[in-house]
Design a protein. Sequence first.
Length: 391
Amino acid sequence: MLKLSLKKGKESSVLRKHPWVFSGAIQNYNSRNVDGSLAELNDSSGNFLAIGHFQNHGSIALRILSFENRIIDQDFWRERLSNAKAIRENAGLLSNSNNCFRLIHGEGDFLPGLIIDVFGSNAVIQAHSMGMHLQYKEIATALDNLFGDSLQTIYYKSKNTLPGQADTDLDYWIKGSAADTIVKENDNLFKVDWVKGQKTGFFLDQRANRQLLFEMTRPGMSVLNTFCYSGGFSVYALKKDPTKVVSVDASASAIELTKENVSLNKVNIDRHISYTSDTLQYLRQTENFDVIIVDPPAFAKSQKVKHNALMGYKRLNALALSKINPGGLLFTFSCSQAVSPLEFENTMRAAGIESGRSIRILHRMQQGTDHPVSLQHPEGEYLKGLILQVE
């Protein structure tokens, strides 16, 4: 096992159980070490601190798996996955009305660099670090043993998440070969295609926020769902007897998936309209709505572009606010990890000033309970949202 030592005085973040160690804190850092190797971390006096995955590029040199001196074997993976499953079961996410959930959410489940989503009898594993990639077979074995015969397929999808590996074929079947399925979320039906779809195929982090839309939308309202992808918010809105629900996305394939999901649920299909269009372009020319959902992809993938991202959020939301009928609602989100909740809220204040409307914050939103955030890793709180009431 690779042995790493911290520079003197650099132990504090590890002692606070933060799961990342940066390259500048390691006194014997060597970028020629094998990317993804298991590594033991010691302090400057040689005392054990943690075990994790070494990374030989970027600023993060070690992603910590355990602060205990233990072997990373099948017992380790079984323990971590079993604990994560129990948390989801206790939260009521496995029920007759819901059969899709995130089983492992990276640092939030003390497995940095690993994502596992479960869609009925199917699971998708996604590695975001070379260390997790090198151990995906052990992880898949633990996953298969945990669910037994109830798990029919396991798909490994890491081609676009491993740095420097985009040209490598890292998307393939580990078990079974089903490419999609129909899942149930709060008694709503959705098609999930993990092979061709974005990320793992479905944005599970918005489950609770979709339910909030259902609860806060009154019958007879008009609803606009921008950046709709698979039409999650649209399906929920259609069940509240709206005058109309409009879904907009720049991707033609996303619009086709939205139409398919609307049809699956067989509720007020005739009141649904969809457009393949750029959201800003559509907002500039459309009429007003009672409810608008703005859920764009991440505008800021790093701190370097955060300022431009905040300006983008302000421009987009100021336009959306101008298109809401008096008394209406804006559900607005940012999934940019580089943008803090406070920065997003301040940007929305600036958008409100620009729109000239009187606005109330009714609710602050975040990712669902199956996307937990470690108290020692606040960076894991990537999704933030606001429900705004507009006069």
